[in-house]
Write a protein that binds this ligand. Structure first.
Ligand SMILES: Nc1ncnc2c1ncn2[C@@H]1O[C@H](COP(=O)(O)OP(=O)(O)OP(=O)(O)O)[C@@H](O)[C@H]1O
Ligand SMILES: [Mn+2]
Length: 547
């Protein structure tokens, strides 16, 4: 009896030992697979169309067949993003706002998300995000590289010719202090990311989502050494232009309020602060809508002292630096709104979150035209704009050039949809590249006043859609797709924003802002439905000929 009991206890022990061994093995296997997948981050582009490089072209303006893309480049993968996160969490550790544990936890979440199904990847694989564009012709590129003959034909090119004959690299006329020696050749691979971005701009979009250069550009903006910083003129609020050693530049907007602060309901739209995270989020949203009309924007933690104060040559700016009572370094600059001691931009004590937007080509190379929006607000505390009083306002707009012809009206409505989703009431003007005349996309610049309130929507932003009852078919189909659970706008937006370096500090948009996107999307589709119930020509069919 006792012997039997002993035997069965032994087999129970043996069984338990086997079970524990199996569990350990399973655990080890799971950890290994998680670590391995950490190197595969979802990226915006899964397949990129390699383009050919033109030989024997010298940089000045673009040639129709040359290209900004190169198949030899890889998309940014997690090591780069991880690097940003490390960078940010190190600085924040210094700031004492984020513990190491929290940062590891966030990384862990990111890794787990990578392992799981990516809605963002699925979205960008959808045919609606891969519509074939016609092959750009010479006139469809914003810039082109001059051919050797063109260079030879112009008078001042003796030096250039010498360079070319020697097959030497391009030299900067004046080697300024701190700037890199220029080593660009006609080979596109030698061009810095900002230049390749410029050379990739076409009549239809600012960038090709699938072009690997996009990843290089955002990495470049997030990590390049800042050589100089000056206040940028134009506009009403404080913003800086930072300069990089290889002649790249970025437009910087500083963090002025915590991420979760909601705009005071008693503030008029024209008195609202600009938000760095709105600039970043707007870029992601515009890309998710398939527009590609906002220059790439990336977040970065900068050192206010070493990366602004010590490198600025702008006296108007440097005069405004001070140390706050708690020892933080602050400045306020000179501008119309919020440039005073009462509204300082402060580091903690040196670390400051900012957004960096890629600069568009210089106006001397690519002039732009600024258009006053027909649905511009009055920018007055008392007056209403005409469109707010006249429900038939669109009838007049529809008959007025350039809205009476081509895609301008539906382009404007696309912009209204983007603005309604982020609740941006500050779209007084928009710009286009002069070279393309009226047949081109609209630049969605200046999005700093978006994402101010999540608990409230602003239906008047949709006035162009609601009053004109017109919408691009491709836009409507994408909007519908974004309501499906497998592509839900809030989910793809969360995933897209997680790729930004500042996501390691805190999510760029809080959850209430993300759910507001889904709610507003439903409102847009409701407005379209009401239009379709009452009118027959709501759809502008830009998909004719597609299956
Ligand atoms: N990425 C960019 N590249 C080049 N120029 C830009 C870029 N973004 C904005 N600009 C230019 O700088 C001007 C001012 O920028 P922005 O509109 O963001 O400033 P703002 O102070 O918010 O202006 P406003 O007070 O008019 O709203 C814009 O009108 C535009 O012409
Ligand atoms: Mn603005």
């Amino acid at each position: 009896m006792r012997q039997n009991l002993g035997r069965s206890t032994r087999s129970i022990y043996l069984g338990l030992a086997c079970l524990s061994l199996t569990l350990h093995l399973l655990l080890a296997f799971f950890c290994l697979s998680v670590l391995q997948t950490a190197c595969v981050l979802p990226t915006s582009s899964s397949s990129s169309k390699p383009r050919t490089d033109t030989q024997g072209h010298q940089f000045v303006v673009r040639s129709s067949s040359s290209s900004a893309a190169s198949s030899s480049h890889k998309l940014p993968t997690s090591p780069q993003i991880d690097e940003h996160h490390k960078l940010n969490s190190n600085m924040l550790h210094h700031r004492g706002r984020l513990s190491l544990n929290e940062s590891t936890e966030r990384k862990q979440k990111l890794i787990l998300k990578v392992k799981g199904h990516s809605k963002l990847e699925a979205l960008f694989k959808h045919p609606l995000y891969n519509l074939p564009y016609p092959e750009p012709q010479e006139d469809d590129w914003l810039l082109r590289v001059k051919t050797n003959e063109e260079v030879r034909d112009t008078s001042e090119e003796d030096e250039w010719e010498d360079d070319l004959n020697n097959d030497s690299k391009w030299q900067s006329a004046s080697e300024e202090e701190g700037y890199d020696k220029i080593t660009w050749t006609s080979d596109v691979d030698t061009h810095p990311p900002w230049l390749r971005f410029h050379l990739g701009i076409t009549r239809w979009e600012l960038y090709n989502r699938k072009d690997p250069i996009l990843g290089h550009l955002t990495h470049y903006l997030a990590t390049q050494r800042i050589l100089g910083a000056v206040q940028k003129t134009g506009g009403t609020q404080l913003k800086l232009l930072v300069l990089f050693p290889n002649y790249g530049q970025a437009l910087v907007k500083p963090m002025r309020q915590p991420r979760d602060a909601e705009t005071d309901v008693n503030l008029f739209y024209f008195s609202d602060f600009e938000r760095h995270n709105a600039e970043i989020s707007a870029f992601h949203l515009d890309r998710l809508l398939g527009f590609n009309r906002i220059p790439p924007v990336v977040g970065r933690l900068i050192n206010i002292t070493t990366e602004i104060r010590e490198v600025t040559s702008d006296h108007r700016l440097s005069r405004t630096f001070f140390t706050s009572p708690v020892g933080n370094v602050c400045f306020y600059g000179q501008c119309e709104y919020y440039c005073s001691t009462e509204h300082p931009v402060c580091g903690q004590p040196h670390a400051l979150e900012v957004s960096l937007a890629a600069m568009l080509p210089d106006l001397s190379l690519a002039p732009r035209r600024s258009w006053r929006s027909p649905w511009r607000r009055s920018y007055s505390r008392t007056k209403l704009a005409k469109w707010e009083k006249d429900p038939t306002y669109c009838d007049t707009v529809k008959q007025t050039p350039p809205y009476s012809h081509g895609t301008r009206l539906v382009d404007l409505i696309d912009m209204a949809i983007l603005d309604f989703l982020m609740s941006n009431m500050d779209r007084h003007h928009y710009e286009t590249f002069e070279k393309f005349g009226n047949e081109t996309f609209l630049l969605h610049l200046d999005n700093g006043r978006g994402f101010g309130r999540h608990s409230q929507d602003e239906p008047s932003i949709l006035a162009p859609l609601q009053q004109c009852c017109r919408i691009r078919r491709s836009t409507l189909l994408r909007l519908r797709l974004l309501t499906r659970p497998g592509f839900r706008l809030s989910d793809v937006m969360r995933e897209s924003l997680a790729q930004d370096p500042l996501a390691g500090v805190a999510p760029l948009l809080s959850e209430p802002h993300l759910s507001a996107l889904d709610r507003r999307l439903a409102t847009i589709l409701q407005v379209v439905q009401t239009c379709q119930d009452q009118h027959s020509d709501v759809m502008y069919n830009d998909l004719e000929g597609y299956d």
